[in-house]
Design a protein around this ligand. Sequence first.
Ligand code: NAP
Length: 279
Amino acid sequence: MGKLFGLLGHPVGHSMSPTMHNDQFSFLGLDGYYHAFDVHPDELENAVKGIRALGLSGFNVTIPHKVEIMKYLDEIDEEALQIGAVNTVVNRGGKLYGYNTDGKGFAVSLQNLAGAHFLNQKMLIVGAGGAARGIFVTLARMGAKTIDIANRTVEKAEGLIAENPYPIQSSARSIKEAEENLHEYQIIINTTSVGMSPKIEELPLQLTNMKPGTILSDIIYNPLETKWLKEGKAIGALTQNGVGMFVGQGALAFEMWTKEKPDYTRMEQVVMKKLGGSK
Ligand code: NAP
C-alpha cells in the first residue's frame, strides 16, 4: 500500500512542496503521495488526530502552525526544541516525532556557495523572526564562530542571542550599526520579509559599505532575485536566493520519511520551473 505524506498550513494554495515531493516519488519509483492540507488554526489538534487515525507516514508544517504543532507531538528533537518550532514530522509506529530542517536546509545551500570552511567566516543575519531563529541555532550548533544579528526591533535580536547555549561570538546590532560596519562581514544573510513581492522595491539593509566578494544570501524566493541581491551583485557580491533553503529543507524531510536520498538538483529544477525561472 502506498504511503501518504502531507503539509499542514494555512493557506497552502501556493505551496511548491506537493509538486517537488510527488515528482521525487515518481522519479525514484517510490509508492508515495504528498498532499497539501489547508488547516485552520482552530482545527490543528483535530488534524493531528486525523493524521494518527489515518496513519500518514510523515508531514511538513508551515505558517502558522510551526510552533503550535509542538503541543500535539510525542517527541521533539533537541535542535527543534532550541529553535522553538517544528517543520517536519515523522510517524514511527504511531508515534509522531518532530524536527526542524529549515536551518540545516539553509546551511547546505550556503555551504554549496561559500565552501567547506564557511563556519569560520564572520556572518551577519538580518532579521530575528522565525526563519532567523532556525538559521542562527543551526549554524551555532554546527560550530559557527561569529554571527551578529541585526534587526529593526533590536530587543528581538538580543533575546535570540541571550537564549543561545552554544559557544559562539554574537552581538545584536541595529540596522544602522550593521550598515556602518558592513565591511566586517564575509557572509550576510537576509531573513526578513523586506523585498518580498509585492514590496519589491524595499531593501532590508543598505549595502554601501559591503566589500566586493562578500557572500549575500537572501532567503526570499519571490522574486527570485530581490532588489537587494541585484544591488549586491552590482558591487561584486556572490549571491544566492531562497530556493536552495527551500529545497534543502524539503530534501532533508524526504530523506527522513523514505530513507532514500532525493535528487537535490532535480528538486531545485522543479521548484525553479514552478517559480517561473530556470536552472
Ligand atoms: P517573521 O517571523 O514574521 O519575521 C519577520 C522578520 O522580518 C523580523 O525580523 C521583522 O523585524 C522583519 N521585518 C518585517 N517587516 C519589516 C520591515 N518593514 N522593516 C524591517 N524589518 C521588517 O517571518 P519569518 O517566518 O522569519 O520569514 C521571514 C522571510 O523568510 C519571509 O520572506 C519568508 O518567506 C522567508 N522564508 C523563506 C524560507 C525558505 O525556505 N527560503 C523559509 C522560511 C521563511 P521585527 O522583528 O522588527 O518585526
